[in-house]
Design a protein around this ligand. Structure first.
Ligand SMILES: Nc1nc2c(ncn2[C@@H]2O[C@H](COP(=O)(O)OP(=O)(O)OP(=O)(O)O)[C@@H](O)[C@H]2O)c(=O)[nH]1
Length: 420
């Protein structure tokens, strides 16, 4: 289950949200309190400084122990004493807002005349302390310095105010995180949906279905990936189509070459090599299935004389015409080849020598009857055949020998005949 991208995304978002809420719950109240106290100190100190400047304008006494007394009296009579909360309470700029938080005053040379804690009476402020102090002005003239020190304790009211503030912030943050979580989950499930579509398409492609496309939405990284995937799929598909086409061409060319190597150029019949292949196969099957097979060897009679008397070209034309006549006469299942020179061979499956004799004799008669004067005046052509159906387990050797012997017999008996 943890292998699922969706689960991983959900878990990581959940952990991040919980961590963020926990950190906020721990740190926010403390930060808020620190900030609140610092603001309160600042506000009180500014008001104190203003009150002191007003005192300075009203009184001549300044810088001695007497003036510290007068200042305290002035401030006490000017405003009632109470604890503080900036902006929500009346300002109380006395020299002390609480036991721990007080103000310190020094004259223009930095000698303290209103002391507090480590700031002792008559002690001179260091350059660093002067740097941090607020300069007191009267009529544009520097008359002294004011500093604040100690901790400002919070009232119960301040504390409950801060608590409400912290809670509100936490609730707001939690709501924000919940919305973020929801949005992340929605986006995560969209991402998972697209990744699944891409994975499905890639798996289909690996099975060989190259025509895969995925939907592209938007312009983000996933859309970019989907677009690139589609482009790659298209390229792969094109390359495959080109490869397939060129493979088919090569295959067709190879087949054509193979066919050419098995054909006789002059007559267009299959050649002796083709005959050897077919004869081996048919002979083997006939023996195995105890079937019959007949082989007829044909030889044009006195072909040498035809060449000599009528020319070699006429001889060639005779060979072509005999091939046509034989091809027309034999059955589709029979195999006719040019065996060599003026010799032809016919292979007849499921046929014994007596059945073959009838067919071959029709061929012989057709050759004899053809009007050879069309090729040359006084030209006559006949053909002799020897037939065998002898099936011995010798790869057809005895069948060929017997057919050849019968052919010689036909020649000896005066040619233009079929011997079985
Ligand atoms: N024109 C032509 N002649 C060929 C071709 N192939 C073989 N021949 C010729 O065919 C002749 C065959 O002669 P022979 O083997 O003496 O036989 P034949 O004259 O037919 O006599 P018989 O077979 O006894 O009837 C030879 O002269 C070969 O040159 C060919 O493709 N074209």
């Amino acid at each position: 289950m943890l292998n699922s991208l969706r689960t991983k995304l959900t878990l990581s978002m959940l952990i991040t949200s919980l961590a963020a809420i926990s950190v906020m719950a721990l740190i926010t109240p403390w930060l808020l309190e620190q900030r609140f106290i610092s603001e309160a100190k600042d506000v009180h100190f500014k008001r104190f400084v203003r009150a002191i400047e007003e005192f300075r304008q009203e009184h001549g006494e300044w810088g001695g122990p007497q003036s510290a007394l007068l200042i305290n009296q002035y401030l006490t009579t000017r405003q009632p004493h109470s604890a503080s909360s900036p902006g929500r309470r009346p300002p109380v700029p006395t020299t002390s807002l609480a036991d721990n938080f007080r103000f310190v005053l020094a004259d223009q040379q930095g000698y303290i005349f209103l002391p507090f804690f480590e700031f002792e009476l008559g002690q001179q402020l260091s350059a660093e302390q002067i740097e941090q102090a607020s300069p007191l002005l009267s009529g544009g003239e520097l008359v002294g310095y004011a500093l604040s020190g100690g901790e400002l304790p919070l009232t119960e009211q301040d504390k409950s105010y801060l608590m409400i503030q912290s809670r509100s912030m936490l609730i707001g943050a939690a709501a924000g995180l919940a919305v973020t979580l929801l949005l992340s989950l929605t986006m995560g499930s969209q991402l998972v949906k697209h990744m699944r579509a891409l994975t499905r398409a890639a798996i289909e492609m690996s099975k060989g279905n190259l025509n895969q496309r995925v939907q592209v939405e938007g312009k983000d990284e996933v859309a970019l990936l989907a677009r690139e995937f589609n482009r790659m799929a298209q390229e792969l598909s094109n390359t495959y189509a080109e490869l397939k086409a060129s493979n088919e061409t090569i295959k067709a060319q190879a087949e054509a070459l193979q066919e050419l190597s098995l054909r006789d150029e002059l007559t267009g019949l299959h050649n002796r090599r083709y005959f050897n292949q077919q004869f081996r196969m048919l002979h083997h099957q006939a023996i195995r299935y105890q079937d019959t097979l007949a082989l007829a060897l044909g030889d044009i009679d006195n072909f040498k004389q035809i060449n000599d008397r009528f020319s070699h070209q006429i001889g060639d034309a005779v060979l072509k015409q005999v091939a046509i006549l034989m091809q027309d006469e034999i059955r589709d299942a029979d195999i006719l080849c040019r065996y060599g020179g003026e010799e032809f061979v016919i292979l007849m499956a499921h046929t014994d020598k007596h059945q073959a004799e009838g067919l071959v004799d029709r061929v012989r008669a057709k050759v004899e009857a053809w009007p050879w004067e069309k090729l040359a005046k006084d030209l006559q052509v006949t053909i002799s055949f020897g037939i065998s159906d002898k099936l011995d387990s010798d790869l057809g050797h005895s069948m060929l020998v017997e057919a050849d012997n019968r052919l010689y017999q036909a020649k000896d008996l005066g040619r233009n005949r079929v011997c079985v």
